[in-house]
Design a protein around this ligand. Structure first.
Ligand code: PLP
Length: 339
């Protein structure tokens, strides 16, 4: 039997009510933007950028009709956007925003779900769980892994490295949740000298320090040199890369992971897969990522290759319990609120 919501779903509101027609208006403006990005100039004109000052007015104390707000933004801010989702943008690694990905983004915004708990949003937590399982499957990562959708690869690094840090400390009998990081046993971090800047930022954020990282030289293609990895002398996080942002090269995962796993200390291998892990889904390119599935965590995002609008990142961790322990509030079970 259908539930009440499904049975009584009203027809979309009539579009002449201005409170609601603003949604149709935005859809039309967005469609015009997206269908025109191939013809737009990539960088805004200096006049368009200067024109942004028209928005910088004192806060008004009267309400403005929603359609006027949209009209003003579209007239003043839109010309000053950088056409990063267009086919003529070659700066940085950005994706586009496909109609399907924009549409579901809008729909989820309208639903405005509080996705922290299944109890506050049965629908979106189910959709997230299913989508994450598909991604883990698609990337050929270990089925026991858990993942979380975050804002991008940077936050995915932070999430996965925090789980790595906490798990490694737990192997030394140190509970970071209760005792914090001060006085904890040291954790070594190894990364290549070609690691992405966001990786080093994330290491700093999680208290592992950017400049205490042991950097390993890379070869002419920007791949970490397996033969240059120093001896592992204690609990260690090794950060590898699937897709060097400057050269497109992949670290030799099997060679490095063989060496790391031979160590007589607990280790955690983390992979920056923002740029290249999606090669795994391209049959002719998948070989580039051979062995990446042997790592412990992977950070990637949807707003590059997958053409999902910003922000969409994914943190995937083989030891699901480690990710949960680090990130959960400690509420293992939430009372069932929905029959
Ligand atoms: C883009 C990128 C990142 C950062 O990703 P965000 O989603 O922007 O946080 C990290 N590593 C590499 C290799 C990248 O290309």
């Amino acid at each position: 039997m259908l539930n009440d919501n499904a049975e009584k779903r009203p027809n979309p509101r009539p579009s002449h009510d201005p409170t609601w027609s603003v949604l149709d208006d935005v859809a039309a403006r967005a469609k015009r933007y997206l269908t025109g990005i191939g013809q737009r100039r990539v960088a805004p004109t200096p006049e368009a950028v200067a024109g942004l000052s028209a928005l910088d007015v004192p806060l008004q104390d009267r309400p403005i009709p929603p359609e006027d707000v949209v009209e003003e933004l579209d007239r003043i801010a839109e010309p000053a956007t950088l056409t990063i989702s267009g086919p003529r943008f070659f700066g940085f690694v950005n994706g586009g925003s496909l109609p399907a990905t924009v549409a579901v983004n809008w729909l989820s915004t309208a639903w405005d779900q509080h996705g922290t708990f299944a109890a506050t949003s049965p629908a979106t937590t189910a959709v997230e769980r299913i989508a994450m399982r598909w991604i883990i499957d698609l990337l050929g990562l270990p089925a026991e892994s858990a993942g979380a959708f975050v804002t991008g690869t940077t936050v995915a690094h932070i999430s996965a490295l925090a789980a790595a840090r906490d798990w490694l400390l737990s192997t030394c009998g140190w509970n970071i949740d209760t005792h914090g990081l001060f006085g904890a046993p040291p954790i070594n971090v190894i990364a290549s000298d070609e690691g992405h800047t966001t990786l080093f930022k994330a290491l700093g954020v999680v208290g592992l320090g950017r400049s205490r990282v042991i950097t390993v030289p890379s070869d002419a293609q920007g791949r970490m040199r397996a033969d240059a990895i120093p001896p592992i002398t204690g609990p260690t996080i090794v950060c590898l890369q699937a897709g060097n942002v400057n050269t497109g090269s992949f670290d030799p995962f099997n060679d490095i992971i063989d060496r790391v796993r031979a160590a007589d200390h607990p280790t955690w291998v983390h992979v920056d897969g923002a740029f290249g892990i999606w090669a795994r889904v391209a049959p002719k390119r998948a070989y580039l990522t051979a062995g990446v599935e042997r790592a412990d965590s992977w950070a990637t995002d949807g707003h590059k290759w997958l053409n999902v609008p910003y922000d969409c990142g994914m943190a995937i961790v083989r030891n699901a319990d480690a990710l949960r322990r680090t990130m959960a509030f400690g509420l293992v079970r939430w009372p069932r609120c929905f029959g």
